[in-house]
Design a protein around this ligand. Structure first.
Ligand code: UT7
Length: 398
């Protein structure tokens, strides 16, 4: 492996606190998530690899994760999350101009997962594509959709983070397999025009971004599965855990603080931080670095593990349902991941949390992904089959 070229990162910002604020921004008007029904606990994994519940909890904070069942895929989870976000927004699928799916576990290399989601939710108009920025995929996709909408290319976008990491995990590698889980989250982002004289401190909706990419980490967290190198495809995650941990703790606080500063705020003015859910120790270190109390940081990794690009939109959806985001609250999301990449955005929440109840109108069974004739339903990894299929049949007979 060649030596990493540089530790330098390239940063791209959003609006600043300067006088020249654009009159158009975006706000979140719909949200939703979907996770597979099968729960696999740390105790269960003791029968899969040489590990213990005690090791996993003390090193990561993870207690259980959801694993996609037979036939469940990134597209199917993403489409259900998207349908819920649309229902919460009170919109028909054709009110959407753009669908972006952030994922590192697409159903296929082609077509995009976003195209399959588009068909499943009944959209006939939207442009659709996938975005690859690993666990930072959601802030990246949010920034791309914000740029699309504020440039006047459309009025509303569905931004989805969806993953089935269980299918890209080496279930004989205890140093990675205990960390990941499957799931999807989605938001509807809408363009809004603001009065020309509205100061940043009073603005609703999206306030700022900070994105960074550091090629030094390219082969410390990666999936060699592409075809262009001519190497035999290997579809499972490889990770240098210690280097990735060091990158995360070094970068997350800096990126979050930069986004907060661009929004013209201080950390104390932020009501809630929603970090990428990879490891509780990493989140605690961010809390310490930015002098921000853990009570104001949303954590759900104990239930889901690391769901990569899905972790932040699932957390947003759960934070609203838990009453942690009210109209007018400012929240900051921050992620890190393969690339290495990292990203943050700051938003003033501008939707009625009670609209979340509308997600119940979506019947997940009505949302299906079209497969080619004769395709076999996506299988559960062999190492987990007994665990996942056992859970499903127990639920079905309950
Ligand atoms: O979205 C980005 C995804 N990646 C990450 O977030 C990963 C960031 N890194 C981390 O979270 C941590 O580095 C880990 C949780 C992966 C590992 O924690 P650690 O405290 O850095 O442990 P370690 O890698 O230093 O391993 C300590 C020991 C080793 O044994 P020896 O060599 O000391 O005998 C490992 O072999 O723990 C062993 N070990 C395990 N033991 C039981 C590694 N994995 C396991 C396991 N169960 N699952």
């Amino acid at each position: 492996m060649s030596t990493p070229r540089s530790e330098a990162t390239q940063r791209i910002g959003g609006e600043t606190g300067s006088a020249a604020l654009p009159n158009r921004t975006t706000r979140i008007i719909g949200w939703g998530h979907e996770v597979p029904a099968a729960v696999v606990t740390n105790k269960d994994l003791e029968s899969v690899v040489d590990t213990t519940d005690e090791w996993i909890v003390s090193r990561t904070g993870i207690r259980e994760r959801r694993i996609a069942g037979t036939g469940e895929t990134t597209a199917s989870l993403g489409a259900i999350a998207a349908a819920r976000a649309l229902a919460v927004a009170g919109l028909d699928a054709d009110a959407i101009d753009l669908i972006v799916v952030a994922t590192l576990t697409p159903d296929h290399l082609m077509p995009s997962t976003a195209i399959l989601v588009k068909e499943a939710i009944g959209s006939t108009r939207a442009a659709a594509f996938d975005l690859a920025a690993a666990c930072s995929g959601f802030p990246y996709a949010y920034a791309v959709a914000h740029g699309f909408l504020t440039a006047g290319l459309g009025q509303r976008a569905l931004v989805i983070g969806a993953e089935t990491l269980s299918r890209s995990t080496d279930w004989s590698d205890r140093s990675t397999c205990v960390l990941f889980g499957d799931g999807a989250g989605a938001i509807v982002l809408e363009a809004i025009d603001l009065p020309a004289d509205q100061v940043l401190a009073k603005r609703p909706g999206t306030l700022s971004f900070e994105l960074s990419a550091d090629p030094a980490g390219a082969y410390y967290l990666w999936i060699p599965g592409g075809r262009a190198t001519g190497a035999a495809p290997d579809e499972t995650i490889k990770m240098d855990g210690a280097k990735t941990y060091a990158y995360a703790t070094r970068t997350m606080a800096a990126v979050a603080l930069a986004a907060i500063e661009r929004a013209g705020l201080t950390a104390a003015a932020v009501d809630l931080v929603i970090p990428h859910q990879a490891n509780l120790r990493i989140i605690e270190s961010v809390s310490k670095s930015i002098g921000y109390p853990m009570e104001k940081i949303f954590v759900n990794l104990d239930h889901y593990g690391n769901t990569s690009a899905a972790s932040i939109p699932i957390a947003i959806s759960e934070a609203v349902a838990a009453g942690r985001l009210k109209r007018g609250d400012v929240f900051c999301t921050v992620a890190f991941g393969g690339g290495y990449t990292s990203g943050a955005f700051v938003t003033r929440w501008d939707a009625d949390p009670a609209n979340g109840a509308r997600a119940a109108s979506v019947n997940a069974a009505d949302i299906t992904i079209r497969r080619p004739e004769g395709a076999v339903a996506a299988p559960v990894p062999a190492a987990l089959r007994a665990l996942v299929d056992g859970r499903r049949s127990a639920r079905e007979t309950a």
